[in-house]
Write a protein that binds this ligand. Structure first.
Ligand SMILES: [Zn+2]
Ligand SMILES: [Zn+2]
Length: 333
């Protein structure tokens, strides 16, 4: 019989469709050409390839002298404008805020056809250090309420440019989706006197079945109520409200475990499309007890349709325990 499982953190329900579940190895994308096989290492038309840099858009680079390894640039076609005040306009049904904010692109590597799963550990560490530096810089803007750090890999994940990159968007509002998650974490803290994610981590470590891998500072697991096949959270062991409070050592370890997980997906499932997102506290809520930041990783292996739109629930045709077991077995060296 199928199971309807609930995520204890978000309280979202998912249908785990055990009866039509596929085996984990059936998600291996046979015949798919990987990014590296499909693309050349340099593309003369790509604005992110060395030699084509749009210098007027650059905000930071590493290292600061000599050839760059990672750059942060303003988005040429930003979703939000960085100029002007936040103006609220409310009149009857009309309710709006001026579209100000930040939209930056993090060019992760000078090579056009590589991907994080294939990058060196030191390169990945540099990428996360850049996320951290840009995050603190954007935080200083008093108009910003929330920063979303994310990566789209492949067409099914919504990537338009092929060159390896992530994005950072600073918003002048906290979205309803994030607000709802915060309210749930606050409610759990009120009821139990402790953080819901610390509680979940303790229970998951005890159970063991959904843990994929661990490092000194992080645990990577397939969620009990995974919304889609191989839906993973990478969670700091130490309770912390924001990614921006991470130490250099924690950032290095974050790069290590995320690279590890991305390599398992790359090798085990043949370079699936995916999104990853750093879910961290709103900029003006950096001093509460009940929020705990984490990274969510969603391989794009199943499609969503009318049922998901209609119910806000997902149907997952993979058993989370099997997905975790499969990823634990993948040899990544
Ligand atoms: Zn390029
Ligand atoms: Zn916690």
């Amino acid at each position: 019989m199928p199971e309807i499982r609930q995520n204890m953190v978000t309280r979202d329900w998912v249908i785990i469709a055990t009866e039509r579940a596929k085996r984990p190895d059936e998600y291996f994308q046979k015949g798919k050409k990987t990014t590296t096989q499909l693309l050349p290492p340099y593309d003369e038309k790509c604005p992110f390839c060395p030699g084509n840099e749009e210098m007027d858009l650059e905000v930071d680079r590493m290292p600061t002298s000599g050839p760059w390894q990672t750059r942060a640039v303003l988005n040429r076609f930003p979703a939000l404008s960085s100029h002007g005040p936040v103006l609220r306009m409310m009149d009857g049904v009309t309710r709006k805020i001026s579209g100000v904010g930040h939209h930056e692109v993090l060019v992760e590597h000078p090579i056009h056809n590589t991907t994080p799963a294939l990058m060196t550990l030191s390169q990945m560490e540099m990428v996360f250090r850049m996320f951290y530096n840009r995050g603190w810089d954007i935080c200083k803007d008093p108009r910003i309420e929330q920063i979303i750090y994310f990566r789209n890999h492949g067409e099914r994940a919504g990537a338009s440019l092929k060159h390896p990159h992530s994005q950072i968007i600073g918003l002048p509002v906290v979205s309803n989706n994030i607000r709802r998650r915060i309210d749930e974490m606050r409610r759990f803290f009120d009821d139990n006197g402790r953080c819901v994610i610390c509680t979940m981590l303790e229970l998951e470590l005890e159970a063991g079945a959904r843990i994929v891998t661990t490092s000194k500072h992080f645990i990577a697991l397939v969620l009990y109520a995974a919304a889609s096949p191989f839906h993973i959270w990478i969670i700091p062991r130490q309770h912390s409200v924001s990614f921006l409070y991470s130490s250099p050592e924690e950032i290095a370890d974050m790069a290590f475990i995320i690279r590890d997980i991305l390599r398992r997906l790359y090798i085990g499932l043949n370079d699936p499309d995916y999104n990853f997102i750093i879910r961290t506290a709103p900029v003006k809520e950096l001093s509460n007890d009940y929020l705990h930041w984490y990274v969510t990783l969603v391989p794009r292996l199943s499609r969503t349709a009318g049922f998901e739109l209609g119910s806000g629930m997902y149907i997952n045709p993979a058993l989370p325990e099997d997905s975790a077991e499969f990823l634990r077995q993948v040899r990544i060296t």
